[in-house]
Design a protein around this ligand. Structure first.
Ligand SMILES: Cc1ncc(COP(=O)(O)O)c(C=O)c1O
Length: 371
């Protein structure tokens, strides 16, 4: 049997009759740049996020870069984030002119530890970029309490967490609802994936939405008038059409992912070498990834590969140890939870189309390895 880490063809076959006509409509209109699908998708993503405005852009990377640029960072301005994330989170901070300040994670959720965030704040701190890693939200209410009283902006990296939510004081709060600006990625492997690159920012701050709309269009609200220097970071209309066709399926896909995750977690009970993901109190996880912490991780991964099972390590090198950030001076051992997670985590197949037989095959292969 073959169980790839991700099977986008399975999803394509299931929904192509809905997506292909939507694409064809764009092609027949020949409105490829800023066509009507963009505004429709922006409204829908804002609604899903309980935010007022959506601003499409070219990628999840730009969905972080543009709000960071909107902060007008000066040399030496600091932005606190996690080292246990995809590179883009910290790359965007650097490219916006800020200095990434890394703080360690909570070893259970893999999300940034609010206590460590507070300890890292200095007079130069301008923003915090928490990442809702693997699809579960960070303890945002604690970060908000830290940030708001100091006038520090929170930019949520929700690239892995579209539709994730967290109960705060008894109220469901969506990813994208409480941060100043939130970035989403529509990279094809994401829970809501386009057929190419794409991203979106959501915010409830009208002035921020206007600024972000300008920044994605060379800094001009009006054609050929440039109030500031922006860039070309438009969302492709064809991609917006794909995403609009996929969006009605998202809640069902997330439910399926949760079902698969619960099945795995039950199946791994009693296996001391395998630690299933911990869902933090109050969170509804969307399981962009189902990531276990295991003994002898690399040997297990090789064993799974030999049995035709895909898996991946997100992420093998924490960002504070990347050569490009060596100048920041973080020593080995300075972020022990992130560094340990990097040697122990393994993400397993979790896409909605997985069958019970495939799930059992993965479970049996893992149980077999530790027998
Ligand atoms: C946590 C995180 N941040 C940022 C990004 C960047 O998104 P994109 O690849 O769409 O630029 C990704 C995904 O790739 C991600 O997983």
């Amino acid at each position: 049997m073959n169980v790839p880490l991700l099977d986008l063809v399975g999803q394509y076959v299931a929904i192509k009759d809905e997506v292909l006509p939507a694409l064809q409509a764009v092609i027949e209109s020949q409105q490829f740049i800023m066509g009507p699908s963009i505004a429709q998708l922006e409204a829908k993503l804002a609604e899903l996020s309980h935010a007022r405005y959506g601003v499409g852009c070219a990628s999840g990377t730009d969905a972080l870069l543009l709000p960071l640029k909107a902060l007008n960072l000066k040399p030496g301005d600091e932005v606190i984030t996690t080292p246990f994330t995809f590179f883009a989170t910290a790359g965007a901070i650097h490219n916006a002119g800020g200095t990434p300040v890394f703080v360690d994670i909570d070893p259970r959720s893999y999300n940034v530890d609010p206590v460590a965030v507070e300890a890292a704040i200095t007079p130069r701190t301008r923003a915090i970029v928490p990442v809702h890693l693997y699809g579960q939200m960070v303890e945002l209410e604690r970060l908000l309490a830290i940030a708001q009283r100091r006038g520090i902006a929170i930019i949520e990296d929700a690239c892995q967490a579209v539709g994730a939510r967290r109960s705060i004081d008894g109220v469901w709060r969506m990813a994208g609802e409480l941060g100043w600006v939130t970035g989403y990625s529509f990279f094809p492997s994401k829970n809501l994936g386009a057929w190419g690159d794409g991203g979106m920012m959501v915010t409830s701050d009208e002035a921020a939405a206007e600024r972000l709309r300008r920044l994605r269009l060379h800094g001009g609200a009006k054609q050929y008038h440039h109030d500031e220097v922006g860039t070309n970071s438009r969302l492709d209309t064809l991609q917006a059409a794909v995403l609009l066709a996929k969006l009605p399926h998202l809640a069902g896909w997330s439910a399926k992912r949760r079902e698969h995750a619960a099945y795995y977690t039950r199946a791994f009970a009693g296996l001391d070498a395998v630690h299933p993901p911990v869902i933090a109190a109050g969170n509804e996880h969307i399981f962009h990834q189902y990531t276990v912490r295991v003994d002898r991780r690399d040997a297990l991964q090789a064993h799974l590969k030999a049995q035709g099972i895909g898996s991946a390590v997100y992420y093998p090198i924490p960002l504070h140890r990347q050569p490009c950030f060596a100048h920041l001076g973080y020593a080995a051992g300075s972020m022990p939870h992130s560094e340990r997670a990097a040697t122990e985590v393994l993400s397993l197949p979790i896409y909605p189309e997985l069958t019970r037989t495939q799930l059992d095959y993965v479970v049996d292969a893992i149980r077999g390895f530790y027998r």
